[in-house]
Design a protein around this ligand. Structure first.
Ligand SMILES: CC(C)(COP(=O)(O)OP(=O)(O)OC[C@H]1O[C@@H](n2cnc3c(N)ncnc32)[C@H](O)[C@@H]1OP(=O)(O)O)[C@@H](O)C(=O)NCCC(=O)NCCS
Length: 150
């Protein structure tokens, strides 16, 4: 699997994966705004030159905010999400971040498993943070402390 910076021409394909993988997907505008804002965004390409995942990170001073991470549904559960997360951790280290933070839906066990296994810890709960099928849903704020490395 190779990675490269996400470009404007990737967005249609990224949005198709986003819609297939999420009950509450980001819009095309969300992705365009991230690129416009200069957030770091990468796509991941397999040997068949297929776009199979992506991630977006907002660097705020010495903190990395993981805004989105996603793997094409047909290829989930094969270790790709972990590789993408490792890429984010390596990036955060390379720019001397002291912390990586992210929000995850309380119901998203799979993503929480991925983050916990990679070494993220629960920091707090943002009550009713997300819209849900019925009403609202809490966000779990998770973080990985990198300060001992810098
Ligand atoms: C979350 C996501 C990125 C994980 O990617 P993935 O490629 O499926 O994950 P991996 O195969 O690398 O698995 C990593 C860990 O996730 C957990 N996991 C993966 N598939 C799982 C499943 N079906 N059930 C429970 N946990 C699972 C496991 O802990 C796994 O580690 P293990 O295989 O050593 O047990 C992917 O499921 C996805 O794109 N989901 C939709 C978008 C999303 O929810 N993004 C996160 C928003 S916060």
């Amino acid at each position: 699997m190779k990675s490269r910076e996400m470009e404007q021409h990737d967005i249609a394909e990224v949005v198709a994966i986003e819609q297939a993988a999420n009950q509450h997907p980001w819009s095309m505008k969300n992705f365009k705004d991230c690129l416009k804002a200069g957030h770091r965004a990468w796509v991941f390409i397999n040997d068949q030159q297929e776009l199979i995942g992506y991630t977006i990170v907002q660097q705020v001073v010495d903190e990395a905010h993981l805004l989105n991470i996603c793997v094409k549904p047909s290829l989930q559960g094969q270790g790709i999400g972990r590789k993408i997360l490792d890429h984010v951790i390596a990036f955060a280290n390379s720019v001397s971040s002291v912390l990586i933070v992210l929000e995850v839906r309380r119901s998203n066990d799979r993503a929480q498993q991925l983050y916990s296994q990679a070494g993220f810890n629960e920091m707090s709960v943002r009550k009713d943070y997300y819209p849900a099928e019925q009403g609202r849903e809490d966000a779990i704020l998770m973080g990985m402390d990198l300060s001992f490395l810098v």
